[in-house]
Design a protein around this ligand. Sequence first.
Ligand code: NOJ
Ligand code: CA
Length: 681
Amino acid sequence: MILRSLILLISLHLLGATALAAPLATIASPDGAIVVEIEINGEGRPAYSVIRRGQTIIAPSRLGFLLVDAPKIERNLSLTAQSQRSFDETWEQPWGEERLIRNRYNELRFTLTETKELARSLDVVFRVYDDGIGFRYEFPDQPRMREVKILNELTEFNFASEGEALWTPAMRSNREEYLYYRTPIEQVGVSQTPLTVRLQSGLHLSIHEATLIDYSGMNLMRIEGRGLNALLTPGIGDAAVVRKGPFVTPWRTIQISETAGGLVESRLILNLNEPNRLGDVSWFEPGKYVGIWWQMHLDTATWASGPRHGATTETTLRYIDFAARNGFSGVLVEGWNIGWDADWFGNGQDFSFTKPYPDFDLERVTSYARERGVRIIGHHETSANAAHYETQMDEAFDLYKRLGVRTVKTGYVSDAAGARVRTEDGQVRFAWHEGQEMARHHLRVIEAAARRQIAINPHEPIKDTGLRRTYPNWVSREGARGMEYSAWGNPSNPPEHEVNLVFTRLLAGPMDFTPGIFGMETRSPEGVATTWAKQLALYVTIYSPIQMAADLLENYEANPRPFQFIRDVPTDWEETRVLNGELGDYVTIVRRDRDSRDWYLGSITDENPRRLEASLSFLEPGVRYRAQIYRDGPGADYRGTARSDILIEERMVSGADTLVLDLAPGGGQAIRFSPVTGKRR
Ligand code: NOJ
Ligand code: CA
């Protein structure tokens, strides 16, 4: 008896003091593994914790708001109501990395009401999935807070145990385009999301947000120890966000997985978004494109008019012919319109979105393309002057619609906080790329384009928070260092970069990275720091429904064998699986074509060579497949001439086989599996 109470006492002690007080509210994931607990301390400060299989992974973390011209909402709160519900549905993506997605969660809603003075209240909603959690604040319309001016959120994410974080800095001049740091959680600075962590236990977590609508983007700043606090992107006035009730904030998300690959397979962010509002979007067809683009980044042609002007009618016709011959659906043309001659960076005032340069016959190229089953991909570089762009946007989309242009790449090149927006009183103000005003602008563009059945692919965009579910014409975007950095970056993208993207930026959604470079010498001192096989593998490891074959046509014409993979690889998938992967090191992804029974594999590594095993058990049982393998040659290396050392071979395989993937330093491997009739012997 004494022994038993002693054991009880010791175990209570080990559980720690907080566990003694029962939480005020709790909710578990459908499989029971993840539990969220809500507590309110003696000062009336609410906090949430996340527990997985009995282990606390997010220690009590505060909820609340700092306001402008009003007391903060953080203390003297009591839980005045709570309710729960469950949800389970399977929905279909019109295009995507996976066709069918199960959305299954348990939801807890509770009301926090101030016990003193203002007696303001708000709801907090938690959705707990088997692969993580999402939570948001919901502000009712209330007499004491008609207009809410948010200075910052007091939302915290306190990691309960040690781990390594993969993150990229936020609020610096190059917007979202920085290299990644891999540091202990304690050394995170001011970070963008997704920020991904591997705990010492091996568990993986990634913090991001979903449904960024009429609100400012969330960054993370470390407060102390392993604690991170939301840091809202500043607005144009003294508040980060100004809203009238009722309104909801974006969801704050924590994806949770035993493996790094599980984060990539998680659809939590899409699930937290509202269903498709555009109806039938079959007018958007996923596909691949070439373009008048890389030559400008190599500086062998110019966006501006003059003797080296890239976007001439003649060159465009050549690109259209090439696209038609090789099964590409699009040709991007940059520098076609008036406005590139003066200093356009961060300015944008000179751009016309309807007037072509005299050496570019817009009517002719668009009709020539259509006759050949190809479409021009439009381009609107705004230099982040959203105010100016909005004065021409409707006319510009009308023009493109009339000419049969169905996808437009937009651009917001300027330093961070150098965007320009027009406020309600007609003034033009400077803004951050991820503040509330730009969140609104991007949605206006998406809606204006959708009315003309046009898809949008912004560069220097606002971050992806899964809005492609609601607006499936928001098909891709940049929002990280893309291939262009390998043309002129100093440094260029290092070999680990694309692996890092898979476990951070790409968790947010599709990226227009623009892979497929064979000409490795560039203006950048390191050139393109991958092997050719890795360039091919990127078409599988980086998901986007539109993928560019970014190189100069002559490099494809001179190398038809490796180019064959770029011709073959689809951009729309039935399903996606991650076979292996570690943050910052390597990853192997397989995807099944949505329109055939073919599977594709992409495997990429950082600067280290790897031998990885890939079980082919994803293939249909009992069926033989021809595997067309594009792999690093024996001397392949991301440095020097060894980058083009590629072996292309065929093998017959089945789901019972395991392939050994030998990746060179900075290398990769790409495989197409096509079923052949007849069963395996
Ligand atoms: C930056 C974009 O990322 C790039 O793709 C484009 O060529 C330039 N801006 C010019 O618009
Ligand atoms: Ca860019």
